[in-house]
Ligand binder design. Structure first.
Ligand code: FAD
Length: 386
């Protein structure tokens, strides 16, 4: 693709494509190990939630590749993921409102709560937000994000609804940057999904899964802006991880479950740099707080639109990634407005599912960037062999 790798990724990211490639090359093995660890490889979601935006109960993806294998054989699942262990953490005060994976975005929009005291007693191991009787536990490593055959009018409708969320009401000057950032987040997600489905694609002639260069070029490679948006998203999530790092060492972080988790996180995050993304340029004065609320509620709608996706495997990864981006936005835009103990509380208050989504989203972007570099090699080999 026609990207100059020595250029910076965008107005809000002061790093070049080449620098991101180098960072990614460094952290890839550790990040991969992290998302394959017993702590980070599980995710819980409700696959049967109704689409909240339009009446659409009669469609589903019939391909086997669209299916999600949920955990049924509990014997091989670590003790702390067993239903009894999860159930024992159930909180009496749990309400239907908390039942939403993205209820944290509601909290952010609630000015009263924002100015009030942040609860200090919420640990990463609690499951309140994700405790829903219809939810299933899924091993992400057993359900890779890959080509499913999902497409046609239904998926187009989902994508166009997601892009339509980018219609901000106010016309402040900053609107333009925020609007641009929103578009880049969504387009980067879309392009990352396109990269994964091209990289892990079923060749119907050989019956084997592998990279499909033509498909990649048609979906992503021929559009330098789409490639750039994947790098932009990488910068956003990397900056969020950089921001939580100082608060991780004090965390009551499920050490009983996986002693290495903190050090594995540190191994990854210590390679990141603060200049990778400058969130202050997006919302930096009072005028922009309305815009920030608008941004938040619109992004929240994107996370809800995932309940309209008919392909379960796509819905699973759509949920993981939109939750991961939402968590990044929460970290980027909320931590700075707090004093030191408030910052710690913001991090302490993240649920384990938000953290799992955050790191898996980073892994998805990291894998996309690795695949883009691989597709570039395949493309060059093809060109030189002509
Ligand atoms: P689509 O990808 O549906 O795109 C529609 C239109 O959007 C395009 O015509 C183009 O004009 C524009 N567009 C495309 N990409 C971008 C971009 N990056 N930035 C801006 N505009 C763009 N399929 C799988 O095989 N595996 C999956 O895991 C998977 N996950 C999905 C998750 C979600 C949430 C959704 C909504 C869909 C998912 N799909 C998945 C389907 C996949 O994204 C495509 O919709 C499908 O392959 C059909 O592709 P298409 O070429 O018709 O265009």
């Amino acid at each position: 693709c026609e990207i100059n790798k020595d250029e910076v990724v965008g107005a809000t990211c002061d790093v070049t494509f080449k620098e991101i490639n180098e960072i990614n090359h460094h952290i890839r093995p550790e990040l991969l190990a992290l998302v394959h660890s017993d702590f980070f490889k599980y995710f819980k979601l409700d696959l049967y939630k109704q689409c909240p935006f339009w009446n659409d109960n009669n469609g589903y993806c019939v391909n086997r590749a669209c299916a999600v294998d949920v955990i049924e054989d509990w014997d091989n699942v670590p003790e702390y993921w067993q239903p009894e262990a999860l159930g024992s953490l159930q909180n009496e005060s749990f309400s239907a409102e908390d039942d939403n994976e993205c209820s944290f975005l509601d909290e952010l929009c609630d000015q009263q709560q924002k100015n009030g005291i942040i609860k200090q007693d919420v640990e990463y191991c609690d499951v309140e937000d994700f405790h829903n009787k219809d939810s299933v536990l899924v091993d992400l490593t057993a359900n890779p994000e890959r080509f499913t055959g999902y497409g046609g009018e239904q998926s187009s409708q989902i994508w166009s609804s997601i892009y339509k969320e980018n219609c901000f009401s106010s016309d402040q000057a900053q609107n333009c940057l925020a609007k641009g950032a929103f578009y880049r987040l969504v387009s980067g997600l879309h392009a990352s999904i396109g990269t994964h489905l091209s990289n892990d694609h079923l060749n119907t002639e050989t019956g084997k899964w592998g990279p499909n260069l033509d498909l990649f070029m048609a979906r992503v490679g021929n559009f330098p802006d789409r490639v750039a948006n994947i790098y932009f998203n990488y910068a956003v999530v990397a900056k969020a991880l950089w921001k939580i790092q100082p608060y991780l060492s004090h965390l009551e972080f499920c050490n009983a479950y996986h002693e290495d988790v903190k050090s594995m996180i540190n191994d990854v995050v210590s390679h990141l740099d603060s200049k990778i993304f400058n969130e202050d340029l997006l919302f930096h004065d009072d005028v922009s707080s309305k815009l920030k609320d608008d941004f938040r509620s619109r992004f929240k709608n994107v996370t809800k639109i995932m309940d309209c996706v008919h392909c379960d495997r796509c819905r699973l990864w759509g949920k993981v990634q939109t939750t991961g981006y939402a968590t990044s936005l929460k970290i980027l835009f909320e931590i700075d407005s707090q004093d030191e103990s408030g910052r710690q509380a913001v991090v302490d208050k993240l649920t384990k599912y938000e953290l799992i989504a955050l790191f898996n989203t980073f892994d998805r972007l990291s894998k996309s960037i690795e695949s883009i570099n691989n597709f570039e090699k395949l493309y060059n080999e093809r060109v030189t062999s002509l």
